[in-house]
Design a protein around this ligand. Sequence first.
Ligand code: ADP
Ligand code: MG
Ligand code: MG
Length: 252
Amino acid sequence: MLEIKDLHVKIGQKEILRGLDLAVGAGEVHAIMGPNGSGKSTLAQVLAGRENFHIESGSITWNGRDLCSMPIEERAREGLFMAFQYPIEIPGVSNAYFLRAAVNAVRRHRGEPELDAMDFLTLVKAEMKTVGMKEEFLYRSVNEGFSGGEKKRNEVLQMSLLQPSLAVLDETDSGLDIDALRVVAEGVNRLRSPDRALIVITHYQRLLEYIVPDHVHVLSAGRIAHSGGRELALELEERGYGWIKKEAVQGK
Ligand code: ADP
Ligand code: MG
Ligand code: MG
Protein backbone atom coordinates (compact mmCIF):
# COMPACT_ATOMS: atom_id res chain seq x y z
CA MET A 1 0.00 0.00 0.00
CA LEU A 2 2.75 2.43 0.97
CA GLU A 3 6.27 2.10 -0.28
CA ILE A 4 9.03 4.52 0.62
CA LYS A 5 12.32 4.04 -1.19
CA ASP A 6 15.65 5.63 -0.39
CA LEU A 7 14.03 8.84 0.79
CA HIS A 8 16.28 11.83 1.37
CA VAL A 9 14.67 14.93 2.86
CA LYS A 10 16.20 18.26 3.76
CA ILE A 11 14.96 21.09 5.90
CA GLY A 12 16.89 24.13 4.77
CA GLN A 13 20.47 22.94 4.36
CA LYS A 14 20.14 20.10 6.82
CA GLU A 15 19.53 16.55 5.64
CA ILE A 16 17.06 14.98 8.07
CA LEU A 17 16.00 11.79 6.34
CA ARG A 18 18.94 9.97 4.81
CA GLY A 19 17.89 7.02 2.77
CA LEU A 20 14.75 5.85 4.47
CA ASP A 21 13.09 2.67 3.22
CA LEU A 22 9.72 1.47 4.47
CA ALA A 23 7.02 -0.78 3.03
CA VAL A 24 3.59 -0.97 4.65
CA GLY A 25 1.05 -3.48 3.39
CA ALA A 26 -2.73 -3.28 3.65
CA GLY A 27 -4.02 -4.61 6.95
CA GLU A 28 -0.72 -3.98 8.73
CA VAL A 29 0.12 -1.89 11.76
CA HIS A 30 3.66 -0.54 11.83
CA ALA A 31 5.23 1.18 14.79
CA ILE A 32 8.04 3.63 14.21
CA MET A 33 10.14 4.28 17.25
CA GLY A 34 13.40 6.07 17.76
CA PRO A 35 15.26 8.63 19.80
CA ASN A 36 14.29 12.27 19.81
CA GLY A 37 15.51 14.10 16.75
CA SER A 38 15.83 10.96 14.63
CA GLY A 39 13.35 12.23 12.03
CA LYS A 40 10.08 10.55 13.04
CA SER A 41 7.99 13.71 12.84
CA THR A 42 9.76 14.74 9.66
CA LEU A 43 8.58 11.51 8.05
CA ALA A 44 5.01 12.22 9.21
CA GLN A 45 5.16 15.78 7.88
CA VAL A 46 6.47 14.62 4.52
CA LEU A 47 3.61 12.11 4.22
CA ALA A 48 1.19 14.89 5.13
CA GLY A 49 2.68 17.08 2.40
CA ARG A 50 3.79 19.95 4.58
CA GLU A 51 5.91 22.62 2.99
CA ASN A 52 9.50 23.34 4.09
CA PHE A 53 10.44 19.71 3.68
CA HIS A 54 12.45 19.30 0.54
CA ILE A 55 12.53 15.86 -0.99
CA GLU A 56 16.01 15.53 -2.46
CA SER A 57 15.65 12.04 -3.83
CA GLY A 58 13.80 8.79 -3.37
CA SER A 59 10.14 7.97 -3.81
CA ILE A 60 6.89 7.50 -1.92
CA THR A 61 4.29 5.37 -3.64
CA TRP A 62 0.81 5.06 -2.22
CA ASN A 63 -1.65 2.65 -3.81
CA GLY A 64 0.48 2.74 -6.91
CA ARG A 65 0.53 6.54 -7.12
CA ASP A 66 3.30 9.02 -6.50
CA LEU A 67 2.28 10.51 -3.15
CA CYS A 68 4.68 13.44 -3.43
CA SER A 69 2.87 14.80 -6.48
CA MET A 70 -0.56 14.65 -4.81
CA PRO A 71 -1.94 17.90 -3.37
CA ILE A 72 -2.67 17.79 0.37
CA GLU A 73 -6.47 17.84 -0.04
CA GLU A 74 -6.29 14.97 -2.45
CA ARG A 75 -4.29 12.89 0.00
CA ALA A 76 -7.06 13.41 2.55
CA ARG A 77 -9.81 12.61 0.08
CA GLU A 78 -8.00 9.43 -0.91
CA GLY A 79 -8.04 8.35 2.71
CA LEU A 80 -4.81 9.54 4.30
CA PHE A 81 -5.34 10.61 7.88
CA MET A 82 -2.70 12.31 10.02
CA ALA A 83 -2.84 12.76 13.76
CA PHE A 84 -0.19 15.07 15.09
CA GLN A 85 1.18 15.53 18.56
CA TYR A 86 -0.33 19.00 18.77
CA PRO A 87 -3.71 19.06 16.97
CA ILE A 88 -4.57 22.41 15.47
CA GLU A 89 -7.24 24.67 16.93
CA ILE A 90 -9.71 26.35 14.58
CA PRO A 91 -11.36 29.23 16.39
CA GLY A 92 -14.78 30.19 15.06
CA VAL A 93 -15.45 26.85 13.36
CA SER A 94 -17.64 24.47 15.28
CA ASN A 95 -16.52 20.91 15.65
CA ALA A 96 -19.83 19.69 14.17
CA TYR A 97 -19.42 21.87 11.08
CA PHE A 98 -15.81 20.83 10.61
CA LEU A 99 -16.48 17.12 11.03
CA ARG A 100 -19.46 17.09 8.69
CA ALA A 101 -17.57 19.01 6.02
CA ALA A 102 -14.66 16.57 6.27
CA VAL A 103 -16.87 13.49 6.19
CA ASN A 104 -18.90 14.77 3.24
CA ALA A 105 -15.79 15.72 1.25
CA VAL A 106 -14.63 12.12 1.54
CA ARG A 107 -18.09 10.74 0.73
CA ARG A 108 -18.36 12.93 -2.40
CA HIS A 109 -14.97 11.69 -3.50
CA ARG A 110 -16.05 8.08 -3.05
CA GLY A 111 -19.26 8.72 -4.95
CA GLU A 112 -21.39 8.18 -1.83
CA PRO A 113 -24.33 10.45 -0.98
CA GLU A 114 -23.57 13.27 1.46
CA LEU A 115 -24.95 13.09 4.96
CA ASP A 116 -27.59 15.66 5.83
CA ALA A 117 -27.51 17.38 9.21
CA MET A 118 -29.78 14.85 10.89
CA ASP A 119 -28.00 11.74 9.60
CA PHE A 120 -24.67 13.26 10.48
CA LEU A 121 -25.78 14.03 14.06
CA THR A 122 -26.99 10.50 14.56
CA LEU A 123 -23.67 9.12 13.35
CA VAL A 124 -21.44 11.54 15.20
CA LYS A 125 -23.30 11.18 18.50
CA ALA A 126 -22.91 7.42 18.38
CA GLU A 127 -19.18 7.76 17.70
CA MET A 128 -18.79 10.33 20.46
CA LYS A 129 -20.24 7.87 22.92
CA THR A 130 -17.63 5.29 21.97
CA VAL A 131 -14.78 7.73 22.51
CA GLY A 132 -16.31 9.16 25.68
CA MET A 133 -16.96 12.72 24.47
CA LYS A 134 -19.85 14.83 25.65
CA GLU A 135 -22.16 16.27 23.01
CA GLU A 136 -21.29 19.83 23.96
CA PHE A 137 -17.98 19.34 22.14
CA LEU A 138 -19.89 19.37 18.86
CA TYR A 139 -20.78 23.00 19.35
CA ARG A 140 -17.40 24.25 20.51
CA SER A 141 -14.71 25.53 18.14
CA VAL A 142 -12.42 22.78 16.88
CA ASN A 143 -9.98 21.93 19.67
CA GLU A 144 -10.13 25.45 21.12
CA GLY A 145 -9.62 25.23 24.85
CA PHE A 146 -9.74 21.44 24.73
CA SER A 147 -7.47 19.70 27.21
CA GLY A 148 -4.75 17.40 25.87
CA GLY A 149 -6.92 14.35 26.45
CA GLU A 150 -9.98 16.00 24.87
CA LYS A 151 -7.98 16.87 21.75
CA LYS A 152 -6.86 13.27 21.42
CA ARG A 153 -10.40 12.00 21.80
CA ASN A 154 -11.43 14.47 19.14
CA GLU A 155 -8.73 13.13 16.82
CA VAL A 156 -9.92 9.60 17.36
CA LEU A 157 -13.45 10.81 16.65
CA GLN A 158 -12.31 12.39 13.37
CA MET A 159 -10.48 9.22 12.46
CA SER A 160 -13.47 6.97 13.24
CA LEU A 161 -15.75 9.15 11.14
CA LEU A 162 -13.38 9.39 8.20
CA GLN A 163 -12.45 5.70 8.12
CA PRO A 164 -9.06 6.40 6.51
CA SER A 165 -7.23 3.85 4.42
CA LEU A 166 -3.88 4.95 5.85
CA ALA A 167 -3.64 6.59 9.26
CA VAL A 168 -0.42 8.03 10.66
CA LEU A 169 -0.33 8.91 14.34
CA ASP A 170 2.66 10.96 15.43
CA GLU A 171 3.35 10.73 19.17
CA THR A 172 -0.31 10.88 19.75
CA ASP A 173 0.32 9.23 23.11
CA SER A 174 2.74 11.72 24.62
CA GLY A 175 1.47 13.36 27.76
CA LEU A 176 -1.71 11.30 27.83
CA ASP A 177 -3.12 9.82 30.99
CA ILE A 178 -3.99 6.16 30.96
CA ASP A 179 -7.70 6.72 30.17
CA ALA A 180 -6.98 8.88 27.14
CA LEU A 181 -4.30 6.44 26.05
CA ARG A 182 -6.84 3.63 26.10
CA VAL A 183 -9.32 5.70 24.09
CA VAL A 184 -6.70 6.36 21.44
CA ALA A 185 -5.66 2.71 21.38
CA GLU A 186 -9.23 1.43 21.20
CA GLY A 187 -10.02 3.88 18.42
CA VAL A 188 -7.03 2.66 16.46
CA ASN A 189 -7.82 -0.99 17.14
CA ARG A 190 -11.39 -0.53 15.91
CA LEU A 191 -9.97 0.76 12.64
CA ARG A 192 -7.79 -2.27 12.06
CA SER A 193 -9.00 -4.06 8.97
CA PRO A 194 -7.56 -5.94 6.00
CA ASP A 195 -7.92 -2.93 3.72
CA ARG A 196 -6.35 -0.33 6.03
CA ALA A 197 -2.87 0.35 7.21
CA LEU A 198 -1.69 2.21 10.28
CA ILE A 199 1.60 3.80 11.19
CA VAL A 200 2.03 4.56 14.85
CA ILE A 201 4.97 6.79 15.69
CA THR A 202 5.95 6.71 19.32
CA HIS A 203 8.95 7.27 21.51
CA TYR A 204 7.71 4.92 24.22
CA GLN A 205 6.51 1.38 24.10
CA ARG A 206 3.57 2.02 26.46
CA LEU A 207 1.07 2.68 23.66
CA LEU A 208 2.19 -0.53 21.97
CA GLU A 209 0.90 -2.54 24.89
CA TYR A 210 -2.55 -1.51 23.70
CA ILE A 211 -1.97 -1.25 19.97
CA VAL A 212 -0.01 -4.36 19.17
CA PRO A 213 1.99 -3.68 16.01
CA ASP A 214 2.81 -6.26 13.34
CA HIS A 215 6.15 -4.60 12.65
CA VAL A 216 8.38 -2.32 14.68
CA HIS A 217 11.03 -0.09 13.12
CA VAL A 218 13.66 2.02 14.77
CA LEU A 219 14.52 5.27 13.10
CA SER A 220 18.01 6.48 13.84
CA ALA A 221 19.77 9.39 12.17
CA GLY A 222 17.25 9.59 9.37
CA ARG A 223 16.96 5.99 8.31
CA ILE A 224 15.44 2.75 9.53
CA ALA A 225 18.27 1.23 11.52
CA HIS A 226 16.46 -1.84 12.77
CA SER A 227 13.21 -3.69 12.15
CA GLY A 228 11.51 -6.49 13.98
CA GLY A 229 8.28 -7.75 15.44
CA ARG A 230 6.47 -6.49 18.51
CA GLU A 231 9.20 -7.89 20.76
CA LEU A 232 11.56 -5.21 19.45
CA ALA A 233 9.51 -2.57 21.27
CA LEU A 234 10.02 -4.42 24.55
CA GLU A 235 13.72 -4.78 23.89
CA LEU A 236 13.97 -1.03 23.30
CA GLU A 237 12.13 -0.37 26.52
CA GLU A 238 14.70 -2.47 28.38
CA ARG A 239 17.88 -1.52 26.57
CA GLY A 240 17.13 2.02 25.39
CA TYR A 241 18.19 3.30 21.98
CA GLY A 242 21.96 3.41 22.56
CA TRP A 243 22.74 0.02 21.00
CA ILE A 244 20.87 0.92 17.82
CA LYS A 245 22.93 4.07 17.45
CA LYS A 246 26.15 2.09 17.98
CA GLU A 247 25.11 -0.44 15.35
CA ALA A 248 24.26 2.38 12.96
CA VAL A 249 27.68 3.95 13.45
CA GLN A 250 29.39 0.58 12.89
CA GLY A 251 27.39 0.21 9.71
CA LYS A 252 25.66 -3.00 10.77
P1 ADP B 1 11.67 13.27 16.01
O1 ADP B 1 10.24 13.44 15.68
O2 ADP B 1 12.19 11.89 15.75
O3 ADP B 1 12.00 13.71 17.39
P2 ADP B 1 12.09 15.38 14.09
O4 ADP B 1 11.67 14.83 12.77
O5 ADP B 1 11.14 16.28 14.78
O6 ADP B 1 12.53 14.17 15.02
O7 ADP B 1 13.44 16.14 13.90
C1 ADP B 1 14.56 15.57 13.21
C2 ADP B 1 15.64 16.63 13.09
O8 ADP B 1 15.18 17.66 12.24
C3 ADP B 1 16.04 17.29 14.38
O9 ADP B 1 17.41 17.47 14.38
C4 ADP B 1 15.31 18.61 14.34
O10 ADP B 1 16.00 19.58 15.06
C5 ADP B 1 15.29 18.91 12.88
N1 ADP B 1 14.13 19.73 12.50
C6 ADP B 1 12.84 19.38 12.60
N2 ADP B 1 12.03 20.36 12.16
C7 ADP B 1 12.85 21.36 11.77
C8 ADP B 1 12.65 22.66 11.21
N3 ADP B 1 11.42 23.12 10.96
N4 ADP B 1 13.73 23.41 10.93
C9 ADP B 1 14.99 22.94 11.17
N5 ADP B 1 15.25 21.72 11.67
C10 ADP B 1 14.22 20.95 11.99
MG1 MG C 1 10.64 14.72 18.85
MG1 MG D 1 8.55 13.94 16.72
